[in-house]
Design a protein around this ligand. Structure first.
Ligand SMILES: [Zn+2]
Length: 164
């Protein structure tokens, strides 16, 4: 049988209340909750649970996840290369000769069948005077708790993660 809290396989499960949720958990996790029957009798006020959730939500806020997005090739590199080449009034052959690449390479870059490696990209950028990289941005992956407040499921998940 699988514990609904930690996911471990347990010989038997206990029915407990953890943060207001009824769960079938292993003996180890059962210590974290109150026995279902007891809880039912005590009947924790909903407001108290909500208050706990609210506090947890506040605590979770500084944990917004920052994601470092590195520089990457722009999606429309093909179009940018072709446009810049045409602006210089160069054929693919001419441009190829000038940067020491075959015309076929330029063609494949321009139809998107070839993604330039770093060296080729830099060479093309220098030659054409264009940028083929997206700007490096540091964005916030908005943490779910900020977007919609914390749910019981989130809270249980946090407890679960702690147990690991
Ligand atoms: Zn467990």
């Amino acid at each position: 049988m699988m514990c609904e809290l930690c996911g471990r396989d347990a010989p038997f499960l206990k029915e407990v209340i953890i943060e207001g949720s009824r769960l079938m958990v292993c003996p180890g996790c059962a210590k974290m909750g109150t026995r279902y029957i007891e809880e039912k009798q005590r009947d924790i006020p909903k407001a108290l649970i909500e208050e706990r959730l609210r506090r947890r939500t506040l605590k979770a806020r500084p944990k917004d996840i920052y994601q470092e997005i590195g520089e990457s090739l722009v999606e429309d590199y093909s179009a940018r290369i072709m446009k810049a080449r045409q602006k210089k009034c160069l054929t693919r052959e001419e441009m190829g000769r000038m940067i020491n690449e075959k015309a076929g390479v330029i063609g494949r870059l321009e139809n998107g069948s070839l993604r330039p490696d770093d060296a080729l990209r830099k060479k093309i950028e220098r030659f054409l005077g264009v940028s083929l990289l997206t700007k490096a941005t540091k964005g916030i992956l908005t943490h779910r708790t900020r977007a919609r407040g914390m749910t019981l499921g989130d809270l249980i998940k946090i407890e679960k993660d702690k147990g690991k």
